[in-house]
Design a protein around this ligand. Sequence first.
Ligand code: GDP
Length: 428
Amino acid sequence: MVKAVVGANWGDEGKGKITDMLAEKADIIVRFQGGANAGHTIVNNYGKFALHTLPSGVFYGHTTSVIGNGVALNIPILMNEIKSVTDRNVPMPKILVSDRCQMVMPYHILFDQYEEERLGGKSFGSTKSGIAPFYSDKYAKIGFQVSELFDEALLREKVVRVSEMKNVILEHLYHKPVIRAEELLQTLHEYREMIAPYVCDVSAFLHQALHEGKTILLEGQLGTLKDPDHGIYPMVTSSSTLAAFGAIGAGLPPHEIREIITVCKAYSSAVGAGAFVSEIFGQEADELRRRGGDGGEFGATTGRPRRMGWFDCVASRYGCRLQGTTDVAFTVLDVLGYLDEIPVCVGYEIDGEVTTDFPVTCKLEKAKPVLERLPGWKCDIRGIRNYEELPENCRNYVEFIEKRIGYPITMVSNGPGREDIIYRKSSL
Ligand code: GDP
């Protein structure tokens, strides 16, 4: 059976922690989209880790970690990440990389930087990991599949052909040094050495695993609102962040995805540019940022301070709907214990009308938040394991949000660790 762990919002909802927790009872964990542009933070008995490419199951001896064909694979980063976990006493994880996975090329990273420089103040706030140039090339059919590293004649011909094309832009648009085909080929030979031990036909492997009754966990990156189709285009990422894409990005039949666990954080945060209706600023934002997550809301990849906001029922209801949510994991609730009152965004006012439907981007830019204030619980809820033991105002907050988003909150996370979880029966 296949379960997906995905985000309802802008990412950073705490998916890494939930995946790490669920991985205990899974056999295989698969990354199916995205690349090293976003990170998951995981706290466990080995310490605190920021993973970018490796699935969040690498800390268990019994799991296989899979990089699916949908991922933007940066081979040197993957190698560094493997080293960074094994250097800290984590046993060498079992890793498989799809032979159909495409590689982030050194020039993708450069193009990302050059384009951000060219756009100046109008940039998208890219993490400059090469993700947008990578996916552009994939769909323009000039990307490089891992399998192609093992066909020298094909590789050589393609390197020359693609360099010629890229060099026109490098020279005439960006005025930067051109790609030397021989050097690039050399780099790809190094990539081949590094990746060879891990390459396999992932969809065939997963097909067999399903046949044997194994449990497969699909691990999403970012969240619904960063999806290129259903998110806040163009301030989105370049590959689909939806559970449905898990079938494609891993090579699985869609009907095998039985559980979709959508992670929602108890307040909002976002990185990069784009409309963020429930955003807060100044001291109010600084305080939430400082207290947020585990040691503050700063990007796991970039260290950038995240933009902060109150919980957004409009965006989250939409985010859960597009994911096809069966369960909501509601995270980082412990952080809100300092507030006397907790504002929640329950609607958007657009041109004088209030709506609870999440609009297209051009309307979203005009939306103003309609806030409702709920009483806070003013205490530390960490360490509580039974839902009934949570303060009444805290339960009211969970249930208020559950009603507004319309999907069952079956897990409440009240701390960064694996064991900081409260299971509950939803009344929905
Ligand atoms: P992801 O990309 O969705 O995995 O999100 P992040 O890596 O940004 O995770 C959010 C941060 O919150 C990380 O630092 C986690 O360790 C932390 N975290 C996750 N769940 C909880 C929680 O319930 N309470 C607290 N205080 N921190 C949490």
